[in-house]
Design a protein. Structure first.
Length: 331
């Protein structure tokens, strides 16, 4: 399994540092700010299938080769699998990462449901969900992550689960974890210490890092140094760093640098993530093709140390950031 996307056609060089995530388009409800303006009014399965396929096409045409999904993203795995089946060239050089550990429970509702997904990191859930993922993606599963690990997760301590994950790794799948919450760094460091038969178990991590929430950076550098694939998610802080939302005093520094460089706020935010030397892949979570192309403008930005220093004061205390995120509505 490659640690980064494979090289594409000469006339469409891949944006090797960027990928496309499907959290925002694989189900009718998510917590991105302004999402109600981005998706079709009728969020039917077919409408979101078409939107997902269009985004995958646009990303691939632009040179993106890393595609991220999860069992809990509604029908996103299904949509990605259909897209791969219909496009042999993409299937040949795409790198697909998915996640297990959350079960989607919203019943294709955008809002008004008490719980959209239920987390359980047990061996039994792994057995069920790896079968579901394999049933859809088949051989197109390159990275498989335990979804949203926190330091108290049994994914860090359960020998039965570790044995299953090690067996999957022996088949060539890069096994890892995603993280969330104010203790991301602790979860990453705990995972670095997990071994099976004297060998490290995990080899990939997907963590939230953005200019508002950079607290996991040092731990992610340690993971990168250990040879892990490091993927950055939520580089735009669930839309807080998009142009249309970055209007308050908390994001003034972002807009100042954007004005000075001529960049959009979203491209600047993702470029700041890509500028971290430990970041292998930075995900776009775009819901429209225009958003995707704007996001991918990050690849053309070469931020200077002065630019990055100007963005540093945007960082919030991790507890504050995650409280704000928890309060975002599903829409």
């Amino acid at each position: 399994m490659p640690a980064a996307p494979a090289t594409g056609p000469a006339d469409s060089p891949p944006l090797a540092r960027f990928g496309l995530g499907t959290a925002a388009v694989g189900r009718p409800g998510y917590i991105t700010l302004g999402r109600d303006r981005d998706l079709p009014a009728g969020r039917t399965v077919e409408a979101l299938r078409e939107r997902t396929h269009a985004l995958l096409d646009a990303a691939y045409a632009a040179g993106v080769r890393y595609f991220d999904t999860a069992r809990s993203y509604g029908r996103a795995e299904e949509f990605v699998a259909e897209w791969l089946a219909a496009r042999p060239q993409a299937a040949a050089d795409a790198v697909v990462g998915s996640k297990w550990g959350y079960t989607y429970t919203a019943g294709w509702q955008a809002s008004g449901v008490p719980v959209h997904e239920v987390k359980e990191h047990s061996a039994e859930v792994f057995d069920r969900q790896i079968a579901e993922t394999r049933g859809l993606l088949g051989r197109h599963l390159d990275v498989y992550l335990v979804h949203s690990v926190t330091p108290d997760s049994p994914a860090l301590t359960d020998p039965a689960l570790h044995a299953r994950l090690a067996a999957l790794a022996s088949e060539g799948v890069r096994v890892g974890l995603s993280t969330s919450g104010p203790a991301q760094a602790a979860a990453v460091r705990a995972a670095l210490a997990v071994e099976v038969d004297g060998r490290p178990l995990f080899a990939a991590v997907q963590s939230t890092w953005n200019v508002l929430e950079p607290s996991a950076g040092a731990a992610l550098a340690e993971a990168h140094a250990a040879g892990w694939l490091v993927v950055v998610k939520e580089g735009m802080a669930n839309g807080r760093l998009a142009d249309r939302n970055a209007t308050g005093p908390d994001t003034a520094a972002l807009r100042d640098v954007a004005d000075r460089t001529g960049a959009t706020c979203d491209a600047l935010a993702l470029a700041a993530a890509a500028a971290q030397p430990w970041a292998d892949i930075v995900l776009s979570g775009a819901a429209t093709e225009d958003q995707l192309l704007s996001n991918l403008g990050a690849a053309a930005l070469d931020l200077t140390p002065t630019d990055l220093a100007a963005l540093a004061p945007l960082a919030e205390p991790a507890d504050q950031y995650w409280r704000t995120r928890a309060a975002l509505p599903w829409a």
